[in-house]
Design a protein around this ligand. Structure first.
Ligand SMILES: Cc1cc2nc3c(=O)[nH]c(=O)nc-3n(C[C@H](O)[C@H](O)[C@H](O)COP(=O)(O)O)c2cc1C
Length: 239
């Protein structure tokens, strides 16, 4: 077992795993760490589907083009779970809010907190993990495969397993760019240049812009995903 800060700084996204199962008891311990995370207004807006079955894990890995999901021991698909909330209210004769945007946003916060607790617990126990936003590559297929009810939207995944690599620490933006002291401080041209410099080594090309553009630029990945996300959220009754 490692010290708290050691777990934080030692955690990396691990994308190569040994084909070994984590003992179920250890996985449950990791899940308990997720359960201990804070939750907005005690609502527990999240749940997760735990996929341990090899065939199902392989199928998901293929669907979302993430081979490390197959290699890892266990995969969790985190859900914004407004369905359980609706059920709890229905059980006592009440209805779920009709404008669900804020519930959805805070469900994503709840889920992220639980998942990060789990990633840190896994690190502390000597295991590796990787968040998988690529579940967005096949949301509708996952809804079918995991039999998700309406109002239970798959947000992201977390794969955990026995690591087969020790990646170096990946760069982060400087502290001053992430935290504004007392009030928001617009970014100077120098600070923007410094950001590109510090992040250069995350891409093979050495230019972080390529990655920013591919994901967040006009017509990029998130532009396209947002369209599908809106359609599925409507279909599932979230929006
Ligand atoms: C919400 C979220 C989604 C992510 N999705 C993926 C993914 O689909 N596939 C993947 O290999 N890594 C994914 N990552 C891992 C990031 O690429 C990684 O955290 C980042 O490059 C920093 O590296 P580090 O975690 O090793 O510090 C995701 C991380 C987060 C927080």
């Amino acid at each position: 077992m490692v010290d708290f800060f050691e777990a934080i700084y030692r955690r990396r996204s691990v994308r190569r795993f040994k084909r070994e199962k984590i003992p179920e008891e250890a996985v449950r311990r990791i899940m308990e760490a997720g359960r201990a995370a804070p939750t907005d207004a005690t609502l527990h807006l999240w749940s997760a589907v735990w996929v341990r079955d090899e065939a199902k894990k392989a199928e998901i890995a293929k669907l979302i083009s993430q081979p490390h999901v197959e290699e890892g021991s266990d995969f969790f698909v985190f859900l914004a779970d407004l369905y359980r909330l609706e059920e709890l209210l229905r059980y006592r004769g009440r209805q779920l809010a009709s404008n669900r945007l804020a519930l959805f946003v805070f469900a994503a916060v709840d889920a992220a907190l639980a998942a990060e607790n789990m990633a840190l617990a896994a690190t502390a126990m000597g295991y590796g993990s990787c968040f998988i936003g690529a579940v967005q590559n096949a949301v509708e297929e996952l809804v079918e495969l995991l039999r998700l009810p309406r109002l239970a939207y798959p947000l992201f995944g977390l794969v955990v397993g026995v690591p087969d690599e020790e990646p170096p620490p990946r760069p982060r933006l400087p502290l001053e760019m992430l935290f504004h002291r007392e009030e928001y401080r617009p970014y100077s041209e120098e600070s923007l240049a410094a950001a590109y410099e510090v992040m250069a080594r995350v891409t093979r090309s050495g230019d972080w812009l390529r990655l920013l553009e591919r994901y967040a630029g006009a017509g990029g990945y998130f532009d396209r995903r947002s369209e599908l996300m809106t359609a599925v959220l409507r279909k599932m009754g979230v929006m």
